[in-house]
Design a protein around this ligand. Structure first.
Ligand SMILES: [Zn+2]
Length: 159
């Protein structure tokens, strides 16, 4: 599957499979967000985001709109030296590496980092829902950087 395009979603050649698979499911809107459960007539306590509690929990909100997501994307834009991304849909994230002014190996690295960041946001969301664990942007970005450095080594070797 690596490097392949699956109906408009390009898999990162180096990001862990679990992250690629997560991103693909997000792209297809197949994740069990609260609003997805409402659509399937599953009874839930409330439909609001577990972090800000101000907006309905859709995959767009968790990955782009919520203050937690905005914090992560701002930190990544500084770290990767790209313009601060304006993302509103999963599609924007899937294409972001193509519109960030980077090429070659750097683009390959950025592609994987974006996918890992989305996966990490969702993991933090699940930590809150299932374990009442509150995450913060600094810890999430530290994890993303750890996986990002690993990817950088791979990309520099093959690129
Ligand atoms: Zn929110």
């Amino acid at each position: 599957m690596n490097g392949a395009s699956t109906f408009g979603f390009h898999w990162s050649s180096w990001a862990p499979n679990k992250c690629n698979i997560f991103m693909w499911r997000a792209f297809l809107d197949r994740l069990p967000t609260k609003m997805a459960l409402v659509r399937r007539n599953v009874a839930i306590d409330n439909q609001f985001c577990v972090w800000c509690e101000a907006y309905e929990e859709t995959i767009e909100h968790v990955l782009t709109g919520c203050v937690m997501a905005v914090g992560v994307w701002n930190a990544i834009s500084v770290w990767c030296n790209i313009p601060r991304p304006f993302v509103f849909h999963v599609k924007d994230l899937v294409d972001l590496h193509d519109h960030s002014g980077v090429v070659g190996v750097k683009k390959m690295i950025l592609h994987g980092i974006i996918i890992i960041a989305c996966w990490r946001l969702w993991r933090a969301r699940n930590d809150k829902v299932f374990n009442s664990k509150v995450s913060n942007v600094v810890d999430m970005v530290a994890d993303i950087k750890t996986l990002g450095f690993y990817g950088t080594n791979i990309c520099l070797r093959v690129g």
